[in-house]
Design a protein around this ligand. Structure first.
Ligand code: CO8
Length: 263
């Protein structure tokens, strides 16, 4: 697929998708969502990609939400189909087996915050702003925001943000546990790529197992989550990664994981 509304590049096992409609602050219109979905499929099918980074083009915005000029005229059925489509794509993002980092370089509003919340974690520029301002448009979040924000920051903070539509700074987002790290805008991609590089150097089997154990466990009770962990742990022990990692420790050398999924 030819990409016009996103940039998609891969280097040393790290894929970067850049939302690329800077004149509209990277707002999500239909074509952009189609391209995003296609890129996620490509990533899913490419065994060489070990980490995905998402960011926005330009200095001002990650994603300023759904394209309001497109959704303004929706009837009920169109709204339902659009919200369902957005949710499906964002679920696909969340379900990727590889780790995903959001590099939030500016506004992450509405659908922008909803995409960031579906990533494994978020680094943000000091200038970044987060929020679910849909209430000011007479609507509510429709790409998972009412569900994922409450799971990350708790229901009371999520409800206050959703009811008021207020925007919060990167530092405030860090304080409520939405953002892992805040840094100067110029340093953001370096910091994100450094962390992505550390992650990409680890074993592929153990990374997938770790992501699945945390993510699946959070959707269940502790006892079931612990069973998920036991099974994932046992699966790791049967992998080449585990032989390399434990062997390297005993031989007092650095482990080199070859990125294979074989046992
Ligand atoms: N959609 C379309 N265009 C946008 C959007 C958007 N979400 N955000 C900004 N733009 C455009 C502006 O219209 C403007 O275009 P132009 O230059 O042609 O006039 C350009 O981007 C620059 O924006 P501003 O001039 O407004 O820049 P400011 O720095 O003054 O303000 C803000 C920046 C605060 C980010 C402001 O643009 C803003 O409030 N944007 C809207 C944010 C918003 O409300 N987002 C939520 C959208 S709804 C949503 O995401 C719901 C998801 C689920 C949908 C399911 C529906 C069925």
């Amino acid at each position: 697929m030819t990409y016009e509304n996103i940039l998609f590049q891969t280097k040393e096992g790290i894929a970067t998708i850049t939302f690329n409609r800077p004149k509209a602050l990277n707002a999500l219109n239909g074509p952009l969502l189609e391209e995003f979905a296609a890129a996620l499929e490509e990533i899913d099918a490419n065994e060489d990609i070990r980490v995905l980074v998402l960011t926005g083009a330009g200095e001002k915005s990650f994603v300023a939400g759904a394209d309001i000029s497109e959704i303004a005229a929706f009837n009920t059925l169109q709204a339902k189909l659009f919200a369902r489509k957005g949710q499906m794509i964002i679920n696909r993002l969340q379900d990727l087996s590889i780790p995903v980092i959001a590099a939030v370089n500016g506004f992450a509003l509405g659908g922008g915050s909803e995409i960031a919340l579906a990533c494994d974690f978020i680094y943000a520029a000091e200038s970044a702003m987060f929020g679910l301002p849909e209430i000011s448009l007479g609507i509510i979040p429709g790409f998972g925001g009412t569900q994922r924000l409450a799971r990350v920051v708790g229901p009371a903070i999520a409800k206050e943000m959703i009811f008021t539509g207020k925007l919060i700074s990167a530092r405030e987002a860090e304080a409520i546990g939405m953002v892992n790290k805040v840094c100067a805008a110029e340093a953001l991609m370096d910091k994100v790529l450094k962390t992505a590089g550390v992650i990409a150097s680890k074993g592929k089997v153990s990374l997938r197992a770790a992501k699945q154990a945390v993510s699946s466990g959070l959707n269940t009770d502790l006892a079931t989550g612990l069973k998920i962990e036991v099974d994932a742990f046992a699966l790791c022990m049967a992998s080449k990664d585990a032989r390399e990692g434990t062997g390297a420790f005993l031989e007092k050398r650095k482990a080199i994981f070859d990125g294979s999924l074989t046992g």
